[in-house]
Design a protein around this ligand. Structure first.
Ligand SMILES: [Zn+2]
Length: 434
């Protein structure tokens, strides 16, 4: 039995700091995290834990900050190369950049190459879990899970279901989307740390028959997830209304086919109406806030305060390649600005809560990841307050924990991640990768 003691400042959350204030988190200036066999055994003040665990091997990260591995609830691995594509909003951006790029994932070797690249980028940014879109090709999802399994990362992924309003080379049929998804669920769901998400791209690209098949899969496999997009762009919303004239609104299209539940994640949700908020609350489905993508594609500003007021569950995500960074720190930076533009506040503690325990809760994974609760899987990131000269200068002027965390969020990116651990194993270290 190998026991490790990581000595560092440590921050993790027990609940939402907007609700429970200082009781919502634990911060140990001189702290220790004890890990045995990939699981958290203890977390607390260094002095006490060093006395209690004298048999542990000590890894010294003093001066740095350990937080739980960050979680990204919406991202597309086949869009690594689509990032930073100029000049379009959602529907043209899909047709001109995304669909041609996704065509390449028919080739499994190519899919494996990009899946490995993608996972390394996430780990470099301190992200240890993500909810990920594949392409319409089932081999893209096999390639992804194989790469994730090799790293032992806890990942959620699914094959895109898409049987209309897309190029001929990228469409499936209701029947083959169903059989391919079923085959992938049987092969990958709950295999090691891998989890499956039924993945209709969005209402525009699926027929009634295909959405019905997605609902059937959720009924047959109640522990799988559902991921899709909703109300990202006004032209998209109008298109959906024209395709589904009988639906009360966009969310009602998905609701009709049984796609709403506690494991359903709807990316964006910028232009949702009050009835849709109410229905999300009733079903426990969540919205994924993707600030860099929403700004980049000119989609709009998510009204986070209204989601809070209406008690709609939400998480935070990058949405690469509509999003412009793999870094959750940079994503929180942009989230802060999206809130500022609407006269709303996003505190540094709430931001880091969202990126860890908050996101874990929306994925119903908070009994496994997102905090350093005893028995949790030991996924964590080591943050460096001195990753650039500017960061060092700014941090030297910060007096409180809030100020230090805020400067980390606004100035930090992949350079601020000194190391990333996956189930107690070092999966990225700046020291070794330089
Ligand atoms: Zn997306």
């Amino acid at each position: 039995m190998l026991k490790h003691l990581y000595r560092s400042s440590i921050l993790h959350f027990l609940s939402d700091p907007d609700i429970n204030g200082h009781d919502a988190y634990e911060f140990f200036e001189d702290g220790a995290l004890i890990v045995v066999d990939g699981k958290v055994v203890d977390c607390g003040a260094a002095n006490a834990l060093m006395t209690a665990h004298q048999d542990a091997e000590i890894i010294d990260y003093q001066g740095k900050l350990i937080i739980p591995g960050m979680i990204d609830t919406h991202i597309h691995f086949p869009q690594c190369e689509v990032i930073a594509s100029y000049g379009e909003q959602l529907l043209d951006w899909l047709n001109n950049f995304t669909f041609p790029a996704e065509r390449q994932f028919e080739d499994k070797d190519y899919a494996s190459h990009i899946a490995n690249f993608f996972l390394d980028e996430l780990l470099k940014c301190g992200t240890t879990t993500a909810m990920v879109f594949g392409t319409v090709h089932k081999q893209s999802v096999d390639a992804f899970f194989e790469a994730s399994q090799k790293r032992n990362t806890r990942m959620i992924c699914g094959k895109v279901m898409m049987d209309r309003n897309a190029p001929e080379f990228l469409v499936d049929t209701p029947e083959c989307a169903y059989t391919d998804s079923k085959e992938l669920i049987e092969r990958w769901h709950e295999k090691g740390r891998q989890l499956y998400a039924v993945t209709p791209r969005f209402a525009i690209t699926s027929t009634n028959e295909q959405l019905d098949k997605a609902g059937q899969l959720l009924k047959q496999y109640p522990s799988v997830y559902l991921q899709t997009h909703i109300s990202e762009n006004k032209d998209e919303v109008a298109f959906v209304q024209s395709l589904f004239p009988a639906a009360q609104d966009y969310l009602d299209v998905y609701d009709h086919f049984g796609l709403l539940g506690r494991r359903s994640v709807f990316a964006h949700g910028i232009h949702l109406q009050p009835r849709e908020h109410k229905r999300l609350r009733e079903t426990g489905a969540s919205v994924s806030f993707c600030p860099t993508s929403n700004l980049f594609l000119g989609s709009g500003l998510l009204d986070v305060a209204t989601l809070e007021k209406e008690q709609v569950a939400y998480s935070i995500a990058t949405d690469v390649g509509g999003g412009t960074s793999f870094s959750m720190l940079q994503t929180l930076n942009e989230a802060y600005k999206v809130c500022q533009l609407q006269g709303q506040k996003l505190s540094p503690l709430k931001s880091l809560y969202l990126a860890t325990l908050g996101n874990a809760k929306t994925l119903e994974l908070d009994d496994k990841i997102g905090s350093f609760k005893r028995g949790n899987e030991a996924d964590f990131a080591v943050l460096d307050f001195n990753s650039t000269p500017l960061m060092t200068l700014k941090q030297s002027r910060c007096k409180t924990l809030d100020e230090k965390l805020f400067a980390m969020i606004i100035l930090g990116d992949d350079r601020a991640i000194a190391a990333t651990y996956v189930a107690g194993k070092c999966a990225h270290s700046k020291l070794t990768s330089i």
